[in-house]
Design a protein around this ligand. Structure first.
Ligand code: YOG
Length: 135
């Protein structure tokens, strides 16, 4: 059975998120709000087609893509940059590289047990978010 990320996931732990925001040049006030937020990930997967919604009371972010197809991503409402993104499978991990102004930027998603993991990387900073299934 191939992996299926579909579902509603709620953030449980968020290690080094503020460091990640800092390296993206997110200002102090926004960082303080962002680190206090509960985040929900709503994922719809249809084979290699994905729709990710990251929801919070402060801002929402939506990203739709197909694996192995490069696309232009505007991180609107986040750090507001334009990057060229490409998502690939590495085994059962979904690995995104975000080419642009910031070096070594990207993310990885995987599932282990009943948890969804998200590793967010920029330059030398790695943030680890762990989500558990909602309802
Ligand atoms: O997810 O790219 O799941 O798109 C936010 C990190 C915070 C306010 C999470 C709002 C970027 C602004 C999305 C939080 C932080 C902070 C809820 C990460 C930058 C500025 C939207 C992401 C991928 C993988 C799918």
């Amino acid at each position: 059975m191939p992996v299926d990320f579909s579902g509603k996931w709620v953030l449980e732990t968020n290690d080094k998120f503020e460091e990640y925001l800092k390296v993206l040049n997110v200002d102090f006030a926004t960082r303080k709000i962002a680190i206090s937020l509960s985040q929900t990930k709503v994922v719809c997967q249809d084979g290699d087609k994905f729709d990710f919604k990251t929801l919070s009371t402060f801002r929402n972010y939506e990203l739709a893509f197909t694996v192995d197809v490069e696309f232009d991503e505007h991180t609107k409402g986040l750090d507001n940059r334009h990057v060229k993104s490409l998502v690939k499978w590495e085994g059962d991990k979904l690995v995104c590289t975000q080419k642009g102004e910031k070096a070594n930027r990207g993310w990885k998603h995987w599932i282990e047990g009943n948890k969804l993991y998200l590793e967010l990387t920029c330059e030398d900073v790695v943030c680890l978010q762990v989500f558990s299934r909602k309802e």
